[in-house]
Ligand binder design. Sequence first.
Ligand code: PRX
Length: 637
Amino acid sequence: MSWYKIDSLEEYFKAYRESVDQPEKFWEDIAEENFVWRKKWDKVLEYDLHEAQVKWFLNAKLNITENCIDRHLAERGEKTAILWEPNDPNEAAKQITYKELYHQVNRFANVLKSKGIGKGDRVCIYLPMIPELAYAVLACARIGAIHSVVFAGFSATALATRINDSECKMVITSDGAFRGGKTIDLKGIVDEALEQCSCVENVLVAKRINSDIELKENRDHWLQPLLDEAADSCEAETMDAEDPLFILYTSGSTGKPKGMLHTTAGYMVYSSFTFKNIFQYQEEDIYWCTADIGWITGHSYIIYGPLANGATTVMFEGVPSYPDFGRFWEVVQKHKIHQFYTAPTAIRALAKENLDFVENYDLSSLKVLGTVGEPINEEAWHWYNDHVGKKKNPIVDTWWQTETGGIMISPIPYVTPTKPTYATLPLPGIQPGLMDETGKEIIGNQAEGRLCIKFPWPSMARTIWGDHQRYKETYFTAFPGNYFTGDGALRDEVGYYRITGRVDDVIIVSGHNLGTAPIEDAINEHPAVAESAIVGFPHDIKGNALYGYVILKETGEGRDRDNLRKEINQEISDKIGPIAKLNKIQFVPGLPKTRSGKIMRRILRKIASGDTSNLGDTSTLLNPEVVEHIMTHVIKD
Ligand code: PRX
């Protein structure tokens, strides 16, 4: 048996035990057997979780693109590496072989170099789901530049914040994007963002929608002519195991977004190991993860994990509802997908539609179904199991985070018996713990608490770009010596984990992490607004939706309320992006506050959720009377 692939429950338990008893040996064997190294490590692991310091495979040298591309050329040169499915089903899909990927990435790497990008430089990638996005990511990795992919749904202000935070020298974008029936002016958004960014020297522009855009002299360049001129081989940079690979921003419960920094070797080993086991990938399989590469799921399970395994990975440009709600299933049938990985919010949206949309297609190629991003409710789990998996495909409910780099808790299909809404068991090498409010670990099954990870794993983020103190405070101080996930979880009688949701001020809307503070900051910039508080409330499709309580300034009091609501949402759209818009906005005379001035979000959450039966003791509030007022005027559906 190779450690690489776990085929039975006994093997899982054996691997798990060994990974806990001898973690260094466990990961060393996997690293040794499954990857190409320019130089092996001197030491497997060095860490101090109290100081948030972790290093894996010390002094090893490698290049991740040699593992994802070059080493496959001999045996898989003609195999499809990336199968690109466009937004419009009438446009032809593209099969990009490993050989072609090699040349594209090398050309792109040479273009980056010709524009002055080198090892350690940051490159912001703001692209739709087109092949150039994958090439750009891998080209950065080839020359040791640090990519920072920003999801192309973020606004100009959000993009500028991210570019400036990591001082990107270059932005790679396109003339625009297709998204369902719409087009999006990405280049216009970049131009607006760059008015606030002096660090950017060059912008490369891929052509996608053939729109009429302006190129700023000496800054903007069409990508294709540069690629056409570039040589199609480029020596891969030698990277240290702990050299940065990428930055990916995630929302914090406070302040600006956190640039999570992932490094090279540990991330590669863990994303590949988990890909192989969680999707039980076989050589001829076609694997499809519907995420956007702008999120960690796309980084680890569209690009790096699958390609390191020599897999065929599908990249989908479109949306589940275009041209109709059968699109996912049409693509599954067309490309004979074997593993399908999506988000609960997409499942819930599709489950609302007529069953014909799924039943009209042949889904018999499917072997494994996955979900990620938020808790999956029982109803959605069963719909997925009954109508997509026809009760024969295991569902892997995979729990993990941008910060963890790879899947942490999940069934292994055909190995771990599944249980609806449970992510089940930790993967080998992952040591979860549930902590109580006092910081003590709760031992034994049938427990509920705050989910921590007690021991380092290879793909954990190493820091927050430019702010190690914040990294330490956010993740390693609440339960000293442990990584705190920000999630609550319960452990059932057999030790299966169920993630119950965030216990901090992050709200997950349609699978997107949103911090309350940045949204409140955006609202408060509206001239008529004095103060605001955002909470989440349950929503059929989005999982959670946002409810805003807004106190107006005197100048705003006479204004038309519906217009104000529109303006406030526009403000949010401009500052963050449309994903952060509020579903409901209630204008209130005050917000319930403790005597120390802290907003009692617990009360606001209950009111927004229509659950006012047990508001707890409100008498300690500074202003208990506002609670009554807010309850009477609450916005129902
Ligand atoms: O609350 C958990 C939820 O998503 C958060 C991480 O979000 P992000 O960094 O954007 O990464 C999402 C993709 C990995 C977690 O803290 N979450 C993720 N997967 C699950 C989940 N909640 C419940 N069940 C899951 N399977």
